[in-house]
Design a protein around this ligand. Structure first.
Ligand SMILES: [Zn+2]
Ligand SMILES: [Zn+2]
Length: 408
């Protein structure tokens, strides 16, 4: 189950309930749309019930997403959904349990009184532990680990102090008795201002028209000038988008990221090299020496196993779709996986494409990519009762799997 966040409409102040996955919010009262943006991650508080007290906020890491790991000569993955305290404070509850799901959260905002404690643990260590893959690391054979399509946020638990007791400010119940708790906690108080969320107006930077998208879309589209935009560094940046025309009127267009790269650390300078090194059972095309290497991956969230399969099938086939610049008129499936995540997945796609694993796995630690160009491609799928079918590739995706992906 996801989280619910209560947020006041930035335009009229009316309360809006948001799902954790929501980025595009539309106020049901004034109909104004805004797009949520944070430079790093979203920060929430659990609202307290101790109005007269001086509140201290204890940080918890919230992670929901897919963890992938390459070890020995295989790739594993796991879906992880946790909260974990961000302080080295063993006496405190290590997780928030079901509490964030049981109440409405709020975004950290300037009108929240209280002091926020610093996050002192390393997120990577928490996640390694949570993915239960620390034991693999200890054998020294963990070659690569990646988090793809994750939601990473911080949830603050409110407490206050009474004599020698730390009290949970939601339940007004003691959590812990220690001598001089303030002396312990004051060292951890964050003196810097906590980063705030921004609300971007959803207007096309190119033509001023309203941008469109679904609630969880990571790109927004302009139906007036046909451009497409991703929020980055507090503003909308244009995404290079193409579409492949569908055979049918009612095609659904699923988005895929394509990253053309230069690879360092393994001898792949072209698509032909990739086919040779990964040892694909394909007859080498003469012209492939001239084709630059590109990695494809879904631009939507989906179970790890299907994500890797699709990425591998598209990358290995490197199909030269007949595409045109711009967007299809209708039937767009929302992109929910950011470009940066697709780029982080490239090493996994390379590893999972390798039939001759020994040619690739030992080099995973030192392989690096330079991105030459990135684009978003919308490919036509034919929708049937249970599946989406891509004719050129002969690939189908189960509709339940797509729906499940939107909950990830
Ligand atoms: Zn409003
Ligand atoms: Zn426009």
């Amino acid at each position: 189950m996801g989280l619910t966040i209560e947020q006041a409409c930035p335009q009229c102040g009316a309360p809006i309930d948001l799902d954790e996955a929501d980025l595009l919010i539309e106020c049901p009262f004034c109909n104004v749309k805004s797009y949520l943006f944070s430079n790093d991650h979203f920060r929430y508080i659990l609202p307290h019930k101790a109005p007269q007290k001086e509140i201290l906020y204890i940080p918890y890491l919230r992670f929901k997403g897919s963890v992938y790991f390459c070890h020995d000569l295989s790739i594993g993955h796991r879906i992880v959904d946790i909260t974990h305290i961000g302080l080295d404070f063993k006496e405190f509850p290590v997780s928030l349990g079901l509490r964030p799901q049981a109440m409405k959260l709020k975004f950290v905002s300037p009108d929240i009184d209280g002091k926020f404690l610093r996050f002192t643990l390393k997120a990577g260590d928490i996640l390694a532990k949570a993915g239960n893959i620390a034991s693999l690391q200890n054998t020294g054979k963990l070659l690569h680990r990646a988090y793809i399509g994750e939601r990473l946020s911080i949830i603050y638990l409110p407490v206050y102090l009474e004599n020698d007791t730390i009290i949970d400010a939601i339940l007004n119940r003691p959590v812990l008795k220690v001598s001089k708790p303030y002396d312990i906690l004051k060292e951890l108080i964050n003196k810097k201002a906590i980063r705030q969320l921004s609300f971007l107006p959803t207007l096309c930077p190119q033509c001023g028209w309203n941008l469109e998208g679904e609630r969880d879309s990571i790109v927004l589209t302009c139906n007036n000038c046909g451009s497409i935009w991703e929020a980055k560094d507090g503003k909308f940046k244009q995404v290079h988008a193409f579409c492949v025309s569908g055979p049918a009127e009612d095609a659904v267009y699923l988005p895929f990221w394509k990253n053309s790269v230069q690879i360092h650390g393994v001898n792949i300078n072209s698509f032909a090299d990739f086919i040779r090194i990964t040892n694909q059972p394909r007859i080498l095309g003469k012209e492939w020496d001239e084709v630059e290497m590109s990695f494809w991956s879904p631009a939507f969230k989906i179970r790890p196993k299907i994500f890797l399969n699709l990425s591998r099938q598209f990358t290995v086939s490197q199909k030269d779709f007949r595409h045109k610049e711009g967007l299809p008129d209708k039937g767009l499936y929302p992109a929910t996986l950011p470009l940066s995540e697709a780029q982080q997945a490239m090493k996994l796609i390379l590893a999972s494409s390798a039939i001759q694993k020994k040619n690739v796995f030992p080099y995973l630690g030192s392989i690096r990519f330079s991105i030459k160009s990135s684009s978003l491609l919308y490919l036509p799928f034919k929708e049937t009762a249970h599946e989406m079918f891509q004719q050129d590739m002969g690939i189908s995706i189960n509709k339940n799997a797509l729906n499940f992906g939107r909950q990830l």
